[in-house]
Design a binder for this molecule. Structure first.
Ligand code: ATP
Length: 512
């Protein structure tokens, strides 16, 4: 199966098993908006809980808040979103499809990179052990040709981005012969800027100053509450404020399932520190966040840092944590050193003094800030795409299993009476009573036991407990583990501790 096909199968699986539904499906759906079903919401809540606890419980100096989607419109002037939260868009006149001009160029560059990598792989095969990749890249004529092409386009692209030169974007697209994948033509409109914020009205007079935005990031809710939290919590620098909540962006090209949605959820933490110490904190948070990801056990090789060469005007360092999605390495989380840009601008625009008085040095300053920002939905997609596996199980049969890290699996245990008679359902209910206060569970008595196991595999349940005739005699049950499919006979009284060892979130937190 190609990665493309695998992705389609995954999307279908998410719908079939109640993880993620296209929104408003009965009205033929709403583009780039998705709803979470009965399994999806559990997975999402577990991811949020893992993040929230890692932030607010493991760090004495980080507290949480929950601010509103609506904020005073000046918030978005101060943050720069009104003036500059734009994407360059371009339409193809034949297909009538809309694209981000920068993404078209980046994809073109990505293809050149791919070509070079393929050339390297060919070389590696040809030369075996003696292969020297760096030298090969410096001398191979095919690579040198591609590299020259790459550099030329890349330099033009970076210059156009810096100068905000929309004409040059279009010229690059034309010069590179980039065509619309649907119509196959280069019949492009001019490139225009498009602001990504959604707006609505706060009262019903219809006047212009009623205009209010749906927040495009949760971070500003933290900045405008900085003084409240610092004072009421008697917080001493360095300290952080964490928040999980919805954000809204009118994305131009919203494909790739929950990777890019118009309504999504973010987990953001703003860490306030003394000016001059921000690089040290930036490094610490880079390390800390990578560890959070890797502790889930989804393969260290599937993550990488991508440091930004070109920084936003307010940032003095920025990196992305990228994950290997089915469509390649893409941003999962951003870590930015934002200086005093946000607090400083809110101070200017609000006229309030937003400063920290340091009792040790007797000085006041606007704190600097390091931000960690991750999309919950991208994290859900990372987990699901990594977990989805089709496995041979012998006799020409296969199973679909979601090998979701056990502490974040939606359902932790399934309780299955072997048959629906002779007192087995009653005993199974007792097992349910034993586990239900600690774990999410499903009770299932329909169909043959093998089919019930398959259903649980498909939603990623780490344990199945089967109650059979022997259980009636000796109060033992069979516990089956999802990944190894091994089965073990254990007393009902030990179930809780066996399951807990594997699924308890604190096992993850202890490793951080
Ligand atoms: P991209 O370049 O992919 O558009 P971004 O750099 O605009 O992302 P940030 O503004 O840094 O993203 O937002 C922080 C995080 O929020 C991202 O790392 C991502 O996980 C998540 N995120 C941003 N936009 C979306 C979206 N439209 N849908 C889902 N998640 C998103």
């Amino acid at each position: 199966m190609t990665q493309d096909e695998l992705f389609k199968v995954l999307v279908a699986h998410c719908k079939e098993y109640g993880f993620i539904f296209p929104s408003s499906e009965i009205y033929d759906g709403l583009s780039a908006v998705y709803d979470y079903g009965q399994m999806g919401v559990e997975l999402k809540n577990n991811i949020k809980s893992y993040w929230w606890q890692a932030m607010t419980r493991l760090n004495e100096n980080i507290v949480g808040i929950d601010s509103c989607v609506f904020m005073h419109p000046k918030t978005w002037v101060a943050s720069g979103h009104v003036a500059a939260f734009n994407d360059p868009l371009i339409d193809n006149k034949d297909s009538k499809k809309r694209y981000r001009a920068d993404v078209l160029i980046e994809d073109y560059l990505g293809k050149i990179e791919e070509k070079m990598n393929k050339e390297v792989e060919k070389g590696r095969k040809r030369f075996g052990e003696a292969f020297d990749e760096a030298k090969f890249r410096e001398t191979n004529p095919n690579i040198l040709r591609e590299k020259a092409k790459y550099d030329e386009v890349h330099n033009r692209y970076v210059a156009a981005e810096e100068a905000n030169d929309l004409k040059e974007y279009k010229q690059i697209i034309l010069d590179c012969g980039i065509v619309d994948p649907i119509s196959g033509t280069a019949n492009w409109t001019d490139v225009r800027q498009f602001n990504l914020m959604f707006s609505t009205q706060i009262s019903n007079t219809g006047a212009d100053d009623d205009k209010i935005y749906l927040r495009p990031e949760t971070a500003q809710g933290i900045f405008i509450n900085y003084l409240n939290v610092q004072k009421t919590g008697r917080m001493k620098i360095p300290f952080g404020i964490a928040q999980i909540g919805k954000a809204f962006r009118n994305e131009i090209v919203a494909r790739q399932f929950v990777f890019r949605m118009r309504e999504f959820e973010q987990m953001e933490m703003e860490f306030f520190c003394k000016p001059g110490t921000e690089m040290e904190w930036f490094r610490k948070w880079k390390e800390n966040r990578m560890k959070w990801h890797r502790t889930l056990g989804m393969g260290d090789d599937n993550y990488r840092f991508h440091d930004h060469e070109k920084l936003a005007h307010y940032a003095n360092a920025a990196t992305d944590i990228e994950f290997r999605f089915p469509f390649g390495f893409k941003e999962l989380e951003g870590i930015h050193s934002r200086t005093d840009f946000d607090l400083g601008n809110h101070q200017k625009l609000s006229g309030r003094k937003i400063q920290y008085f340091d009792p040790e040095t007797n000085e006041s300053y606007v704190p600097y800030c390091v931000e960690t920002s991750i999309g919950v939905d991208r994290m859900v997609l990372a987990v699901l795409s990594h977990s989805y596996k089709v496995e041979e199980v012998g006799n020409g049969e296969s199973r679909v299993v979601l090998a979701i890290p056990a502490p974040i699996a939606p359902i932790k245990v399934a309780v299955l009476p072997l048959v629906r008679k002779d007192g087995l359902p009653e005993l199974a209910q007792k097992v349910v009573d034993e586990v239900k206060f600690d774990f999410t569970y499903q009770y299932d008595e329909k169909d043959a036991i093998g089919r019930r196991y398959r259903r649980q595999d498909a939603i990623g349940t780490p344990f199945c407990v089967t109650v059979d005739y022997d259980s009636l005699k000796d109060n033992t049950v069979t516990i089956r583990e999802r990944d190894s499919m091994t089965q073990e006979r254990v007393p009902i009284s030990e179930l809780r501790s066996i399951i807990d060892k594997k699924v308890n979130m604190s096992n993850l937190l202890r490793q951080l």
